[in-house]
Design a protein. Structure first.
Length: 70
């Protein structure tokens, strides 16, 4: 994902975030944005194929911070 953030499937980023302990909140009211929470960290990812690279980069930044905290 770090090498090619422009070609990531939603299921891949979803699995990564869930693996790092994030809790998923499904969209409501016709939205396509899923929200993930882990302590003070929150990220919203739009379910599209491929996922916009902005969401991938943000998720990887937060995961990097979580790894440093451990």
């Amino acid at each position: 994902m770090q090498n090619n953030p422009r070609n990531v499937k939603f299921e891949a980023i979803q699995g990564l975030l869930l693996n790092y302990g994030f809790v998923e909140t499904a969209p409501r009211g016709g939205s396509s944005h899923y929200t993930y929470h882990n302590g003070i960290y929150r990220i919203t990812v739009e379910k599209e194929k491929p996922v916009n690279s902005v969401y991938i980069k943000q998720a990887l930044r937060i995961i990097s911070i979580l790894e440093e905290e451990q």
